[in-house]
Every structure is written in C-alpha cells, then in structure tokens.
Design a protein around this ligand. Structure first.
Ligand code: SF4
Ligand code: SF4
Ligand code: FES
Length: 351
C-alpha cells in the first residue's frame, strides 16, 4: 500500500467556481482511478461528482481526462496513470460543457449520432425475417471494429476538430455511420455517403490527427473509418466538394511531380470549372486563401516551394507504381501501409 496524490478538477455550478483540489489516499496494487475516486467520495468528500456504472469498461460512463488524456477511469490502473504524471491529475472530458466536477453535458455528443442517423434502415421490399436480420461473417469482418463502440465519448473529448468546430460530427458518430454504410442489411448506403461527404462537419473536416484512435478504449479506429468513408464516397461519385477536390489535387501533384504542388492546390481544391463559370461561392473560397498566400509570399515560402523539383525520374516511377498498386486495392484496410511507406521512402530517397 502506498500513498498517492490526486489533483482533481472541480466545478461548483451554484457558485460557478472552478478550482483544483488535492486528495491523498492509500492505494493498493491493482486499483483503478475509478476505485480511488470512489474512495475519495466515500471517505473524504461526498460532494465529489462523477459518472460510473459498470466498472468493467462496458457502459462508457466513466470517461474522463487522466493526466491530460481521455480514458475510462475504471479501465485505468493507478500504476499506469502515474507513468503519465505524478500526482495523478483528473479532469472532466473536453469539448463538452461541465455540469459539475467530472460530469459533462453529453447532449452535443449524442446529437451527432442523430444528425448522422446512425440506425439501421432495412430494405423496404424485404420481408421482415422471423428472427433477426442476418449478416454474413465476411460482411461483418469489414466493419466489426466499428461495432464495438460503447459511446463513452473519449474520442470526441480529445478530437482536435471538435474543439474548434461545433458542427463537426466527430469520430464516434462518423465511425458509427461507417458501420451502417458497410452493413449489407442497410438500404441507405448511397444517401449516407452523400450526406457524409457533403454536409458541413462531415468526413472531409477531419485533420487525421490520430487522437481518437489513441483515446478509444475499444479499438474502434474512428480515424480509419473516416478515411475509408472518404474513399467510398469518392468511389460512389460524391466528388463535388472541397474535400475530395483537395484530395484529388494533392494526389495528382504527388503523382506527376513527386511532391506536393502548393501553388496550384488551392485552385484545384476550389475547382477550376467552378472558378471559370464565375461561381460566386468558389470565388469567395479563393478569397479565403488570400491571407495565407500573402503570408507565404512575405516569408518567401511560395518561391522556395516553386523552385523544388520533386522526385527524379526514377523516384517518379516508384511513386507511379505505388499509385497503381493502391488503386488496384478495393479498401484501405487491405493495403499494406508499412510496405507502401517503405516504398515511398525509397522513391523520395532517389529524388
Ligand atoms: S483523426 Fe479526425 S476525428 Fe479523429 S480526433 Fe483527429 S480530427 Fe478528430
Ligand atoms: S469510438 Fe471509442 S472512444 Fe469513441 S465513443 Fe466509441 S468507444 Fe468511446
Ligand atoms: S464504469 Fe462503465 S465503463 Fe467505466
């Protein structure tokens, strides 16, 4: 048994006072952060508020920040938490309003599932089965990882886009949407892909920061699901949006020159046809790039970028082959990412 210090972020809604409070208690090997919060509440301060239910990483209610990262308190051993920082700092989840101490208002998080309509829409012409709607093991394999979500919100709490964009659907709702896009029993695949590709706060707003994958206690891999949704939406033809034009412009620059073409990327992202047809929104979008372009000109970065030649002929051939191999694959999760990364290294090394 060893004495352990905890610093807990408190919030009193009556006085609107926010403060940090330190507690110490004797911790047994194997005890979790949730065990300690319970001990503090039962033995030291009954007013300490937090959510919990199952204590077995199933209900998702005890997600909170431990030493800065979102995780399930019932799944986190104190010994692991101490490795991240001592004393152990406990705070409420991010990107949601705090109601009291470690309890947050999950309305915004839950609303994203409703926006993405994450429930099964069976085929209308299908007779309801006597028992459940069946799915083959092979089909289930495509989205089994996305089916394990317990709606704890840890990914949403650490998401860098949700922090700045209220409209972003967020990693959990997008991973859930992916689950229904991939479910052969669902009838709304096309509508779902169109919505996710074109709505504000959809799949193209993710910055691929990886925080959701790190935070998720159930290996749902939300970011991978979002990347897969991007590929599927392009395959389905939902390309008339900034995100997929940017993606295409980015890839075509690398494919042609072996490097990112910063100068033409904004034009390609906004859409050459839209600009030529005097689309007002397209010209407004171009104007949005002006402050950044001026900064790049002032710092001479644009000039430096234009001078770069990209990969050599040899390198470009490597890159061309990588593109061909990737395009031959049906889904991202079939691609051997490590092998492709190694091949890219070789290609750029010969540049
Ligand atoms: S990878 Fe995308 S969804 Fe995941 S945390 Fe980062 S921005 Fe959010
Ligand atoms: S995706 Fe993972 S972290 Fe996000 S809500 Fe579901 S289980 Fe929690
Ligand atoms: S108490 Fe249920 S997941 Fe932690």
């Amino acid at each position: 048994m060893a004495e352990q210090r905890f610093i807990i972020q408190r919030y009193d809604p009556d006085s609107a006072e926010s403060y940090r409070e330190e507690f110490s208690l004797d911790v047994q090997p194997g005890q979790t952060v949730l065990d300690c919060l319970n001990a503090i509440k039962w033995e030291q301060d009954g007013t300490l508020s937090f959510r919990m239910s199952c204590r077995h990483a199933i209900c998702g209610s005890c997600a909170m920040k431990v030493n800065g990262s979102s995780m399930l308190a019932c799944q986190t051993q104190v010994s692991e938490a101490v490795e991240l920082g001592d004393p152990v700092e406990v705070a409420p989840m991010g990107n949601q309003t705090v109601i009291k101490d470690l309890v947050v208002d999950t309305t915004k998080f839950v609303a994203q599932f409703e926006r993405a309509e994450t429930w099964l829409e069976p085929h209308e012409d299908q007779e309801p089965p006597e028992r459940e709607y069946r799915q083959t093991v092979e089909d289930f394999d495509h989205w089994s990882h996305a089916s394990t979500c317990i709606h704890c919100g840890a990914c949403y709490s650490d998401c860098t886009v949700a922090a700045v964009d209220e409209k972003f659907l967020g990693p959990a709702a997008l991973a859930k949407a992916y689950r229904f896009v991939m479910d052969s029993r669902d009838s709304k695949r096309e509508e779902r892909l169109k919505f996710l590709a074109e709505t504000e706060g959809g799949i193209w707003d993710c910055t691929r920061c990886y925080m959701c994958v790190q935070a998720c206690p159930k290996d749902v891999l939300p970011m991978d699901a979002i990347m897969e949704l991007r590929a599927l939406s392009i395959e389905a033809g939902y390309t008339n949006n900034h995100g997929s034009r940017h993606h295409k412009g980015f890839a075509s620059g690398v494919r042609k020159r072996g490097r990112l073409d910063e100068a033409s990327l904004p034009i390609q992202s906004v859409g050459i046809t839209r600009l030529l047809t005097l689309n007002i929104d397209a010209h407004k979008e171009m104007l949005g790039y002006t402050p950044g372009a001026i900064r790049l000109l002032k710092t001479r970065k644009l000039l430096e970028a234009a001078k770069r030649h990209g990969a050599s002929q040899d390198g470009r051939e490597h890159i061309q082959r990588i593109f061909e191999e990737v395009e031959a694959e049906k889904h991202h999760h079939d691609v051997d990412a490590d092998a492709f990364a190694a091949e890219f290294e070789t290609a750029l090394g010969s540049g």
